[in-house]
Design a binder for this molecule. Structure first.
Ligand code: NDP
Ligand code: MG
Length: 389
């Protein structure tokens, strides 16, 4: 039996992971499940899957979790330290699907035990890519990409010599605002931003898809995970989301990875890697799809794409600042305090304010300096936000 843990079990990726586990219950020994505020779902799944421990990120929810688990034999724990302790429990495969930079520390802990970390939490790579990959390497651990585009590139590279790759192209659906003018984008509402045309995901990444912050994070994720030069990484808008990524080789060949937009493909690939197994995802009927459409992304309307390039150019702690400022700006947008385009404005201002302090050698990144930069960027967003009103 494979021992597995799922961080962020109550979220969209966590639930898709549990769906796959449920279909083959006997093959897995579930060690830890973690969640945030959704105590009922966390307890229900932990009891059903017979987890050793269930952890909520919030200390003040411990009593609720204990009550929900009472008599089940599943241990209850709460708080940031408990998350790290759960990551220290021996497991063969761990899903990292907490949303935001909160997923970084548990992921690093898990890697120190030489485990395989299935990484949905792209924020880990954006904030501290060199630290994460170095930690994996230093402990004989493996990071497998779960983000659909990165899983697609990873699959496109199987059996290939990476030095023969000329470019990689990750696709973006374009989100609900793909053809909106700047003027119209200014007034985009939360409800509109929460409606993704092709993928069903958690609320935060859905809004990030509408603003293209998600694609901006993914450009950086591509650089950090695979080590490609920023100039080799391209974005192509592809409504429909059938092609997830393409790998271009020196001889001009372009290998495209296609599939239905269902995260259970990328999760299942990481779960069974290096094998392929049957997965319950819809099969693409290309005759029905008919046409595939591609467009160049527009960096004037979608500023985050330009910012991602600047972040990669600056390096050091710029990724941590970029991600944290984005997370804080997103909180303000969700709370109705700022407009849709204000998110990119705030992030750009914070990046400019901090551009001198963040220059740091990739080898000098540590959890401490990353978290300090993250905290400062959030504080700067809080200080700048009222000026936008
Ligand atoms: P969700 O918002 O659906 O779920 C997030 C999970 O993290 C939940 O279990 C939530 O708990 C938990 N959580 C929230 N805040 C904290 C915190 N501060 N500390 C610890 N746990 C916390 O997100 P998604 O599943 O959509 O996304 C998860 C990750 O996967 C993100 O990094 C996202 O970018 C990435 N990803 C997601 C895709 C998707 O299709 N959804 C596709 C590609 C990547 P609770 O709900 O109980 O409060
Ligand atoms: Mg993606």
């Amino acid at each position: 039996m494979r021992r597995i843990s799922i961080f962020g079990a109550t979220g969209s990726i966590g639930q898709s992971t549990i769906d796959l586990i449920r279909r083959d219950r006997a093959a897995y020994d579930v060690v830890a499940l973690t969640g945030g505020g959704n105590i009922d779902l966390l307890a229900k799944d932990a009891i059903e899957l017979g987890a050793d421990v269930a952890v909520t990120a919030y200390e003040d929810r411990l009593d609720d979790l204990k009550a929900a688990l009472s008599g089940s034999g599943v241990q209850a724990a709460a708080g940031a330290q408990a998350l790290l302790e759960a990551a220290d429990r021996e497991a063969d495969w761990i899903m990292s699907a907490i949303v935001g930079s909160a997923g970084l520390a548990p992921g690093l802990h898990a890697l120190r035990h030489g485990t395989t970390l299935a990484l949905a939490n792209k924020e880990s790579l954006v904030t501290a890519g060199p630290l994460l990959m170095r930690t994996a390497q230093g402990h004989g651990a493996r990071v497998l990409p779960v983000d659909s585009e990165h899983s697609a590139v990873f699959q496109g590279l199987v059996g290939e010599d990476q030095s023969e790759v000329e470019r990689v192209i990750i696709t973006a659906s374009g989100g609900p605002f793909r053809d909106w003018s700047l003027e119209r984008l200014e007034g985009a509402t939360l409800a509109q931003a929460c409606k993704h045309p092709s993928w069903d995901m958690g609320q935060r990444i859905t809004i990030d898809s509408a603003s293209m912050f998600n694609k901006a994070l993914e450009i950086i994720e591509t650089k950090e995970y695979f080590g490609f030069d920023p100039d080799q990484i391209e974005v192509l808008v592809h409504p429909g989301s059938y092609v997830h990524a393409l790998v271009g080789f020196r001889d001009g060949a372009l290998m495209a990875h296609m599939g239905a937009p269902d995260m259970r493909h990328a999760i299942g690939y990481a779960l069974h890697w290096p094998e392929r197994r049957d997965l319950p995802v819809a099969r693409l009927d290309l005759a029905k799809v008919g046409l595939l459409r591609f467009e160049a992304p527009d960096e004037t309307r979608f500023v985050p794409l330009r910012l991602a390039r600047e972040v990669m150019e600056t390096g050091g702690l710029a990724g941590a600042v970029f991600n944290a400022a984005k997370e804080a700006a997103l909180d303000h947008f969700i709370a109705g305090k700022i407009g849709f385009l204000d998110m990119a404005r705030l992030v750009e201002q914070v990046l400019n304010q901090m551009s001198v302090d963040v220059r740091l050698d990739a080898g000098s990144l540590s959890l401490d300096n990353v978290l300090a930069a993250d905290k400062e960027a959030r504080a700067r967003v809080a200080a700048l936000q009222p000026a936008l009103k």
